[in-house]
Each structure stands twice: as structure tokens, then as C-alpha cells.
Design a protein around this ligand. Structure first.
Ligand code: ADP
Ligand code: MG
Length: 588
């Protein structure tokens, strides 16, 4: 058994015996609040830490869950075991609507929008007669678990912490899955995620809705724990506090959510007792301390408190259990010589700048085409146009006869185009293996529920088997358990190629793959590319290392100032005076 599992079991046992020990009621209450907060913060880990979307509005979803429970039990006598589902349904619809509107916003607009709805719900709840306005609703019944009333802190403790642990484990399972990789992929912007076939908008909505649902469950529990609800715990203050807990605990770690919730709750209570004694009078002094702590944490411990614990736990290597997994189905390859990519009179203008001007070329199955030219010639833009990262201004792009210009990036990926980036785009905190497995996203289908319940393991083993095979091919299998962010630039580029190959492409676009590679690695790369060509793959490569290009490619297209200067075999291109003047001349 792994060390981590042992720690988890000890933690669970501790939680199980704790209410049986003569622990003062005060501490049981503290732990109950910690559990209620932790549920919300686990959602924030998913939303903010993993998917990179900051929300100050989670308290509003807690409010939706709490008020639904309170209103339905009090006004209509509905069983709490039904109101929880009603709360989830209402939250689901509300979160979906809010996500639809706000997740299209970029940058700082999303946090601002979350502040707006955090405030609105507070005032809305405070002005509805049926919900008791700012006084709220009183006399909510305690939960009753198969005849056992959970009307004491200790009784409630068990149900609450069972739910918290299940939620934590479900989210941990989710993060270690196909969907989990997609969630992490959207954090640094959507270009890479989309190029791997991830629908980045949908995955963000997923994170948003899941976080809201966790908050809603917390609200339901809260209503039956406090036995009364009023708008104040669901306002913006609390929304900020939840985010604070996430940051203190470590916004990227599920267990950090529990830690953050506990530390903040206890700190808050102690400060509320001690600060007025020290400073005299009454006031919300703890807010000032929280502000200072937050600044300190962001300055000195960006990954939160959990990072300290994490660094003391042994790193677990994933157990290789996929050796006998079923191979993923493969695309039918185009016959050798078929035109795979057909670019006709393609143009791209950035304002007044014509970055790609009337460029036409073709790539055939089983061919490597080199795209060369000085810096700023429009090579990377050409890649971005072919892969749908940027829309074309004019012209046509066809893949195996079908128009692909105008399609979203992920749709082009689905049709068999995969790529690497001039500036490596990866998930630094994930292992090399997991980064590469992201490339196989479109070859799996299991979603959130399957991942949480671990019903996706058969498919997951196949995806990881594919990732390992591509790493082996590119000569990087030895680094598969390393964190991608710890690799040198050369190996990071190779990792990107393995990731692109994981998608089983018909056309592979490599943007300066040899930059940062050592001689041996370059030769290894050239061998792999020749082998892929032999297997019928089409490759379009942008590369500055002329020796590599000339020895590898079948034909070359030379670009300068956005236009195609010449096209031909390496011999023809090398002999061309125009090319020497425009490009090779600048090399020496
Ligand atoms: P290369 O890859 O051949 O070095 P690029 O395709 O990156 O060249 O760039 C071609 C030209 O287009 C450059 O002048 C560059 O500054 C410009 N360019 C590229 N991307 C953008 C963009 N998103 N917005 C505005 N200008 C751009
Ligand atoms: Mg470039």
C-alpha cells in the first residue's frame, strides 16, 4: 500500500473515532463548519486551481442550495432527501445559464461577473417575502438518516464528512482522467487544448457547474445544520472567504481545500476572540489579518499550505498497469501520393500587415514538406491558419478533399491534423506521460461521471498505453514519470511531438521541432520522422536547421514577407539565387 493511501486511511479513521472521544462540542462544531466550507472549496480547486477560472461568487450557489432546502421543507414539507436534488437541479440550471453568459468573457471580466452575481443573489434573497427577507427562514428540521436524527453536532458530523470525503475522492478521480487532463489544459489559454481536440468552452462550463453543485450540497447541509438561513452567509464576503481558503490551502490540491477550510475557520474564530481584546472595542479586525496573510501566502507560498505537506510525502510513480490494454483504433491512412493538404491562395491580414499573402502548396501522403524562410516570413501564421487557430482572410484549405478553413481548431484536429507549437505549450505540473496522453483526447470518450466513479479505467489504460508507445518511439520513455515543467526545452519539444502523434494524425505540423535539441536528439528526431513518412504520414515542418531540413524533406516551400518565393526539391532550392539572397544569405 502506498504511503499516501496509509495517510488517507489514518485520516479517515481519525474522523470516524473523533466524535466518540471526549472532544468538546466546540471543536466538533468547528470541524462541521470546516467540512461545510471544504465542500465549496473543493469546487474552487477544480474551478480556479485546475481550470484557471477565478470565482468570488461560490457563496451564491451555497445560498441556492440552502434556501431551496429551507423553503421546500418549511413551506411544503418536502423531505430533505428530496430537497437536495431540487437544490442541485436549480443550481445546475442557474450555473449553466451563468456559465453560458460569463465564461465567454476573458481576463478580468469573469471575476468581476462573479462579484456581480454574488451581490445580486444576496439582495434578491433579502427582498423576497416568501423567503423571510433579511431575517431569513427559521425552524428548519434536522436531517434524519434512516430514523436516526442527526440533530446533534456529532450525528451531523458523520454524514457531512462522509459527503466531503466522497466529494474529495470523486474530484481526485476526475483529475486523473481524460476529462481531468482536458480541465488542466484550458488553464493556460485554449489554443493548445483546442488543438488536442478539447472543446475548451464546454470543459470550462463543466468545471463551473461541478463547482456550483458542490457548493449547493454544502448549502443543503448548512441549512439543516444551522436550522436557519438568512442571506448574510451567502453574500460576497463569504464568496471572497471561500477563495481565501482555497488560496491558503493550495488552490491546485483537493486536500488543500480541507486544510484551507480548517485553518481559516479556526484562525477566524481565534482572531474574533483575541483581536478585540488586544485592540479594544469591537470590529471585524480579522479581515485585516486575513488580508495580510493572503499577501504573505501569495508572496512566499504561492501553492498554499498543502504544498509543504505534499513536498514531505513521497512522490508516487504511476503504476504501469496498461501493458495488456486494448490498442486504440486507428484512422485509415490515405494511400501514398494522395493529396492530404491542399492550400489554395491562402491569405492572412493582421490589420494592415499581410502576414500570409496568396500562398498555395500541397502536401501528399507519405511526404515531408519543409517550410522555410526568415523570421517573420509567415510560417507560424501558416500553421495557425491550417490548424484553425486563426481564421483565414481569404483562400481555401482542404484536407483530403474537404474544406477545413473556417472550422474550429478541435474539428480540424478530429479530422486528422495534429501539431506542435513554436513556443512549447504544455501542462507543467503534469507528468510527461499525462501530457502526452492529452494528445489522445479524441480517441477516448469517457466523461465526468465515469471518471468520478472510475468506470473509465479500461479506456484510460488504453490511452496511457498509447502515450507510452509514442514516448518510446520518440526516445523519451525514460522521462515519462517526470513533471513536464522540469524538462529541458529540447525534451519538451520531443514531448509535444509524442503528444501530437498520440492523436493518430494523417497530417503532422511541426513548428521548429529541432530548436534546443542536441545533435544526437536531432538525428533521432530525423529518424523518427523518416519512419513516420514510411508509414504514410504527411509532415509539414518549419525548421531553421538547414542541414536537418535538406537531409530530411522531399520538397521545400520558401516564404519571405508572407509570400511564397519558390517551391522545389532541396537541390533546386539550394541552387536558387533568389533563396540565397533572401534567406540563406542571412544565415552567414
Ligand atoms: P515566422 O513564423 O515565419 O517567423 P510569423 O508567422 O510568426 O512568422 O509572423 C509573420 C508576421 O505576422 C510577423 O510580422 C508577425 O509579427 C505577424 N503576426 C503574427 N501573428 C500575429 C498576430 N496574432 N497579430 C498580429 N501580427 C501577427
Ligand atoms: Mg514562427
Amino acid at each position: 500500500m502506498s504511503m499516501r493511501r496509509k495517510v488517507l486511511i489514518v485520516f479517515v479513521l481519525l474522523l470516524a473515532v473523533l466524535p466518540q472521544l471526549p472532544v468538546p462540542e466546540f471543536w466538533i462544531t468547528q470541524l462541521n463548519y470546516t467540512g461545510l466550507y471544504a465542500l465549496v472549496v473543493i469546487g474552487l480547486v477544480l474551478l480556479t486551481g485546475i481550470a484557471g477560472l477565478t470565482s468570488f461568487g461560490q457563496a451564491a450557489f451555497v445560498g441556492l442550495g440552502a434556501y431551496t432546502a429551507a423553503y421546500l421543507t418549511l413551506a411544503h414539507g418536502v423531505s430533505p432527501w428530496l430537497t437536495v436534488w431540487a437544490g442541485l437541479a436549480i443550481t445546475f440550471v442557474a450555473a449553466l445559464l451563468l456559465a453560458w453568459v460569463t465564461l465567454r468573457m476573458s481576463g478580468h471580466y469573469l471575476p468581476l461577473a462573479t462579484i456581480a452575481w454574488g451581490l445580486s443573489l444576496y439582495y434578491l434573497l433579502g427582498n423576497i417575502d416568501a423567503l423571510g427577507k433579511y431575517d431569513g427562514l427559521l425552524g428548519i428540521p434536522a436531517l434524519n438518516f434512516f430514523g436516526v436524527p442527526l440533530n446533534t453536532g456529532r450525528g451531523f458530523f458523520y454524514l457531512l464528512w462522509l459527503i466531503v470525503l466522497l466529494a474529495a475522492i470523486a474530484v481526485i478521480h476526475l483529475l486523473d482522467s481524460r476529462t481531468g487532463r482536458a480541465l488542466r489544459a484550458v488553464k493556460g489559454g485554449s489554443t493548445m487544448a483546442e488543438a488536442m481536440g478539447v472543446n475548451s468552452f464546454r470543459i470550462k462550463v463543466t468545471a463551473f457547474v461541478l463547482a456550483a453543485l458542490l457548493a449547493s450540497v454544502s448549502g443543503w447541509l448548512f441549512a439543516h445544520f444551522q436550522r436557519t438561513v438568512n442571506p448574510s452567509p451567502f453574500g460576497l464576503n463569504m464568496g471572497i472567504e471561500y477563495l481565501f481558503m482555497a488560496v491558503i490551502g493550495g488552490v491546485g490540491h483537493v486536500w488543500g481545500a480541507l486544510l484551507g477550510a480548517g485553518v481559516v475557520k479556526i484562525l477566524e474564530d481565534q482572531l474574533q476572540v483575541w483581536l478585540p481584546k488586544l485592540l479594544g472595542g469591537s470590529g471585524n479586525y480579522e479581515v485585516i489579518v486575513f488580508g495580510v496573510v493572503l499577501v504573505l501566502v501569495l508572496q512566499y507560498a504561492r501553492d498554499g499550505l498543502w504544498a509543504f505537506i505534499e513536498s514531505r510525502l513521497p512522490r508516487v510513480h504511476r503504476v504501469i498497469d496498461w501493458a495488456d490494454a486494448a490498442a486504440l483504433p486507428e484512422r485509415t491512412r490515405p494511400p501514398p501520393g494522395e493529396v492530404v493538404l491542399d492550400v489554395q491562395a491562402m491569405c492572412k491580414e493582421f490589420g494592415g500587415l499581410v502576414a500570409v499573402n496568396d500562398v498555395s502548396f500541397q502536401v501528399r501522403a507519405g511526404e515531408i514538406l519543409g517550410l522555410i524562410g526568415p523570421n517573420g516570413a509567415g510560417k507560424s501564421t501558416t500553421f495557425n491558419l491550417v490548424t484553425g487557430v486563426l481564421p483565414t482572410t481569404r483562400g481555401e484549405v482542404r484536407l483530403r478533399g474537404q474544406r477545413i478553413d473556417g472550422l474550429p481548431s478541435r474539428e480540424i484536429a478530429r479530422r486528422g491534423v495534429s501539431r506542435t507549437f513554436q513556443h512549447v505549450k504544455m501542462i507543467p505540473g503534469m507528468t510527461v506521460l499525462e501530457n502526452v496522453a492529452l494528445g489522445a483526447h479524441l480517441r477516448g470518450r469517457s466523461g465526468v461521471a465515469a471518471a468520478m466513479l472510475r468506470l473509465d479505467r479500461e479506456e484510460e489504460r488504453s490511452l496511457l498505453r498509447e502515450a507510452e508507445a509514442q514516448l518510446r518511439r520518440i526516445g523519451m520513455v525514460g522521462s515519462m514519470h517526470e513533471l513536464a515543467g522540469n524538462l529541458a526545452l529540447g525534451p519538451q519539444r520531443l514531448m509535444e511531438i509524442a503528444r501530437a502523434l498520440c492523436s493518430d494524425p494523417a497530417l503532422l505540423l511541426l513548428d521548429e521541432p529541432a530548436a534546443g535539441l542536441r545533435l544526437k536528439e536531432k538525428q533521432g528526431l530525423a529518424d523518427v520522422l523518416r519512419q513516420l513518412r514510411g508509414e504514410g504520414l504527411s509532415i509539414l515542418i518549419v525548421e531553421h536547421d538547414m542541414e536537418l531540413v535538406m537531409g530530411l524533406v522531399d520538397r521545400i516551400v520558401v516564404m519571405e514577407f508572407g509570400t511564397k518565393l519558390i517551391e522545389g526539391t532541396p537541390e533546386v532550392v539550394q541552387a536558387s539565387p533568389a533563396v540565397r539572397a533572401a534567406y540563406l544569405g542571412t544565415e552567414h
